[in-house]
Design a protein around this ligand. Structure first.
Ligand SMILES: C=C(O[C@@H]1C=C(C(=O)O)C=C[C@H]1O)C(=O)O
Length: 193
């Protein structure tokens, strides 16, 4: 799924390459949890709680931590979204966007992988801050402003290729006037099993 800019370097030592395997697989998206459940009933199991969190996902994860929560940036920069993402956001195909991939970690362990596609129109004015989030959670920005509203949640079923990758995901578009950005959150099994 990540565009070419995000391919792992070929010469990483084996231990580091294993880290890369904690990556986001191609995912099929469904309009509702019920629709995804027809393909994979696991979405109605313990993962369901996380698929339905309505407010800030960061906050929900923080409240599950015993000690600490942190965001680890994996890649951040201008890159070309997938065709499906560009269509979903209604932006020109092959137009670069700011793409941010992070791990949301609870008590030192990655719990969720997140991929956010931020089109150029969102990066103007106050939106310039979106390029400088670093390890601060995106949710703090989005939920601190009443201007940003979340659209409906979709449920994703991941085409897992490697042990440990996420199987289940959620995604939504946040919009502010005619600006839209796309946030995907991929649940790692350790979060709900
Ligand atoms: C959208 C939110 O932001 C969270 C933080 C992210 C980040 O820092 O890149 C990405 C996805 C999130 O789950 C949220 O807290 O709801």
């Amino acid at each position: 799924m990540p565009s070419k800019d995000f391919d792992p370097p070929q010469k990483l030592p084996t231990a580091d390459r294993a880290q890369w395997d904690l990556s986001i697989p191609a995912t099929d998206w469904y309009d509702s949890l019920a629709a995804a459940g027809l393909r994979n009933p696991d979405v109605h199991g313990p993962a369901r709680h996380w698929l339905q969190v309505e407010g800030s996902f960061t906050r929900a994860l923080q409240s599950r931590c015993t000690n600490s929560f942190h965001v680890e940036v994996q890649h951040e920069g201008f890159a070309v979204p997938t065709l499906e993402e560009a269509r979903h956001l209604n932006i020109p195909i092959r137009q670069r966007a700011w793409i941010r991939e992070v791990r949301l970690c609870g008590d030192g362990t990655p719990w969720v992988l997140a991929r956010t596609v931020i089109p150029l129109s969102c990066l103007e004015g106050r939106g310039r801050r979106l390029r400088h989030l670093g390890n601060r959670p995106l949710g703090a920005y989005l939920f601190s402003s009443p201007d940003w509203q979340r659209g409906p949640l979709e449920t994703g079923l991941c085409q897992r290729t490697v042990q440990g990758q996420p199987e289940i995901a959620r995604r939504s578009v946040f919009h502010h006037d005619d600006r839209k950005l796309l946030v995907g959150e991929y649940l790692l099994p350790v979060l709900y099993r």
